[in-house]
Design a protein around this ligand. Structure first.
Ligand SMILES: N[C@@H](CCC(=O)N[C@@H](CS)C(=O)NCC(=O)O)C(=O)O
Length: 273
């Protein structure tokens, strides 16, 4: 409930609703801590973009705070990673936990299927995208040298001097180390690409008659998670090793555009449908 109009407020007072009670009735204040916009996407980070789109699709108002470095992110997020979401001052990190919390707090506005089995599949797709597909994408972004170079050059244009120096010296090596510790970074490239091919084939099968997973007409959290990764694969000139697989599946290729339109967001100018 949003109580903004003066007439509505006067009405509430005449019914004996005090400012303290009104506070209780007001929607929680939502603040998204994220890495900022990059090439017409709300964030350079797919899990941060995912939360933007989920909040939009749920129809929830929110404000954002930008972090411009991993050091700054540590101030905002208990894990040091973003996204982090503060709801009435209580901060939560990890995009899956964030969406779980949003669904608990706003069950009527939850996106995706309504039935229990449909919800379970939708959450499974989100975990597949966030915990598996994301790392395969991460490998493409940071461990394939030609992609990493294109990405660094595109990012450098957005950064001040200190960021431009920190990017190749600290941030890129830090991301490669993160990938190695996570496991994916220590795997042979051919294996990672084969995993990506299988994962994308699986998503294409999951779309069924589409446009969204499970043949749904509206996007769920799984669709949003996958779409943000595919969109990020198109940035900085595109990661051909991923696109070569996406192009094999027309429904998969079309899904991110459908998701953006469902969230009332225009596809980026570089996005080819
Ligand atoms: N599984 C987490 C991943 C979060 C994550 O790794 N975020 C990256 C940005 S894409 C980050 O904060 N990296 C900074 C770091 O690892 O220090 C989620 O879905 O929220």
């Amino acid at each position: 409930m949003v109580i903004t109009s003066g007439v509505a407020v006067a009405g509430l007072r005449s019914m004996g609703i005090t400012p303290a009670l009104e506070d209780h009735l007001m929607p929680p204040k939502i603040v998204l801590y994220h890495y900022p916009e990059f090439e017409e996407m709300p964030s350079v980070s797919p899990p941060c973009s995912k939360i933007h789109f989920v909040l939009r699709l749920m129809g929830l108002d929110y404000t954002t705070v930008d972090a411009t470095s991993p050091w700054q992110a540590k101030k905002y997020s208990p894990s040091g990673r973003l996204p982090a979401l503060a709801i009435d001052g209580s901060t939560l990190c990890d995009s899956i936990a964030i969406i779980d919390r949003l669904e608990e707090l706003f069950p009527e506005q939850a996106i995706g299927p309504r039935d229990l089995q449909g919800r379970a599949s939708d959450r499974l797709w989100d975990t597949f995208a966030t915990d598996t597909l994301y790392w395969l994408f991460y490998y493409l972004r940071w461990l394939i040298p030609e992609n990493a170079k294109k990405f660094r050059l595109a990012m450098a244009k957005k950064l001040w001097f200190v960021g431009r120096v920190a990017l190749p010296l600290f941030i890129a090596p830090g991301c490669r180390k993160r990938a190695r510790l996570q496991g994916v970074g220590a795997r042979p490239r051919a294996e990672v690409q084969a995993d990506l091919r299988r994962g994308l084939e699986m998503v294409a099968t999951g779309l069924g008659e589409g446009p969204f997973l499970g043949g749904q007409q509206k996007p769920g959290r799984g669709d949003v998670a996958i779409a943000t990764i595919l969109l990020a694969m198109g940035q900085a000139g595109g990661m051909e090793q991923g696109w070569v697989e996406v192009r094999k599946h027309p429904k998969l290729r079309a899904m991110p555009g459908h998701m953006l339109r469902a969230a009332s967001v225009a596809p980026p100018s570089w996005w080819e449908e």
